[in-house]
Design a protein around this ligand. Structure first.
Ligand SMILES: [Zn+2]
Length: 341
């Protein structure tokens, strides 16, 4: 009996402590790769890091590694990761004051922030390790490093100018022209809907809201006053009552791909973007149904739907397309060039 306990304990020590340490140590990336010192020939970027709320200055290419790690699953195809690296670098350069950009408008003194709803997400190597786990970390960190290093300095330009390299998680089957979602039409941000978009996961999600819930969340009223006429002693008598609207929700304008541009809910009209923010919806590509006292909203896709779809990029990478082909699919008429040359 005693011998068995010793064997069991020995086995557990081997499995739980020794083997993982060999696997991890064998890859030589158990700790964060040290941040290379700033060299005079390398551009640096001032990054406002949330939630520590401090500005960190880092080499541009190191920053791009953190953006790729945060913005795209490292399990995606390498060409998709490369396309992400180029889009992230273009986005950053366009913002950087050293290249004539405005910087992060929410955080004076910074070129970009790590709030993905404002600039683009970024995580440190420690956060990446936490996210993917100790076992996967060396493989994924290496893959991201390869994607960034092999596209070093590459950006996308339209007629010689850096583009607004917008991207989103999933298109829900089709991307949209920029003016369908925001106001300004950009010649390279055109909606695409091909076999690649059709093969993306659709991220279909259902949201149920009671009428009361919607009224509170949107500060609107789903009731209307109705006049009913009765005959009382031979005379018409009108009685005004407050009742639920017959048509509490109505899409007033939608893009070609089906994203809501304007929607009326109760007695208020919202832009698709505002509704998405207020209700915490993943996308404005939506349909709705009124079911009794509830409104059922079904969304597909994830994100604003303009520019590169990250899941679409992965579909293309898996189909053997290069990062350049991916970028030229989502950003039309662009060129991929090195900004340092
Ligand atoms: Zn920002």
């Amino acid at each position: 009996m005693g011998q068995w306990i010793i064997v069991c304990v020995g086995f557990c020590v081997l499995v739980v402590i020794v083997i993982p340490s060999i696997i991890v140590r064998g890859c030589g990336l158990t700790t964060s790769p040290p941040t290379p010192p700033l060299s005079s020939d390398e551009d640096t970027v001032k990054v406002f890091v949330v939630p520590s709320n401090e500005i960190q200055e880092m080499p541009l290419e190191e920053y791009i590694k953190g953006v790729v790690a945060a913005e795209m699953p490292a399990s995606f195809g390498i060409e998709a990761l490369k396309a992400q690296a180029v889009a992230a670098r273009t986005f950053a350069l366009k913002k950087m004051t050293a290249f004539g950009g405005t910087g992060c408008t929410a955080n004076p003194g910074a070129d970009v922030c790590t709030d993905h709803t404002h600039c683009q997400a970024w995580i440190s190597q420690d956060e990446l390790r936490e996210r993917v786990g100790y076992i996967n970390y060396p493989i994924y960190a290496r893959k991201i490093q390869d994607a960034v290093n092999s596209t070093r300095g590459l950006v996308t330009v339209y007629q010689g100018n850096l583009i607004e390299a917008c991207y989103h998680a999933a298109s829900g089957g089709a991307t949209d022209n920029s003016e369908e979602v925001w106001s300004n039409p950009l010649p390279y941000l055109r909606g695409v809907s091909t076999e690649f978009e059709a093969k993306e996961p659709d991220f279909r999600k259902e949201f149920r809201f009671t009428m009361d819930d919607l009224e509170k969340k949107l500060d609107t009223s789903l009731k209307e006053q109705k006049a009913t006429t009765y005959k009382v002693a031979g005379k018409d008598v009108q009685v005004i009552s407050t009742e639920r609207m017959d048509k509490p929700i109505e899409i007033l304008a939608a893009s070609k791909a089906g994203r809501v541009k304007e929607i009326r809910i109760g007695n208020k009209v919202f832009s698709g973007y505002t509704l998405r923010t207020l209700l915490g919806l993943p996308s404005t590509k939506m349909t709705y149904r009124v079911v009794g006292n509830e409104i059922l909203i079904v969304t597909t896709g994830y994100g604003h739907g303009v520019g590169m779809s990250q899941y679409g990029a992965n579909v293309m990478a898996e189909a053997g397309k290069s990062f350049e082909e991916i970028l030229k699919h989502y950003y039309q008429g662009i060129e991929v060039v090195s900004y340092t040359e």
